[in-house]
Design a binder for this molecule. Structure first.
Ligand code: HEM
Length: 121
């Protein structure tokens, strides 16, 4: 397979009907496979247009899964192209704002304690 795609071109294939993912700098068209995926469609779709190497390897897919994956290869990544910066997923953003909220509570409590201490001086 000699097609070479930039990160930007790959990122554009990010819909349920047209889903590409990158694994080990190879590009895979998994559009037709989403419904069949034993791990569910959502988990792959979340990585649509992105590099899913870490996610794919973390699961410890079987040799059969690897063979199946090979059959979906449509090309390779132009690793000299500029990587696409994806917006943070909602969940990440949520965790972050929760973190900020916790920090605000701690700071408020500290202020109360210090204030209380100063008033009683
Ligand atoms: C974002 C990438 C992917 C993630 C996060 C993911 C995740 C998972 C999960 C959670 C399971 C269930 C594991 C279990 O049954 O214990 C699974 C199973 C499976 N996945 Fe994926 N998957 C991904 C991509 C793919 C791709 C691209 C293929 C093949 C084209 C594939 C093929 C399979 C197969 C055949 C199984 C059944 C168990 C096995 O043979 O390893 N997966 N996957």
């Amino acid at each position: 397979m000699s097609n070479v795609y930039t990160y930007q071109e790959i990122a554009e294939h990010n819909t349920p009907k047209d889903t590409w993912i990158i694994i080990d700098n190879k590009v895979y068209d998994v559009s037709k496979f989403l419904d069949e995926h034993p791990g569910g469609d959502e988990i792959i779709y979340e990585q649509a247009g992105r590099d899913a190497t870490e996610y794919f390897l973390d699961i410890g897919h079987s040799d059969d899964a690897l063979k199946l994956l090979k059959s979906k290869c449509v090309g390779t990544v132009d690793t000299n192209s500029t990587p696409v910066v994806f917006e943070k997923k909602q969940e990440d953003a949520k965790t972050e704002s929760q973190g900020n909220g916790q920090l605000a509570v701690i700071v408020a409590l500290l202020c109360l304690v210090v204030g209380f201490y100063l008033l009683n001086e």
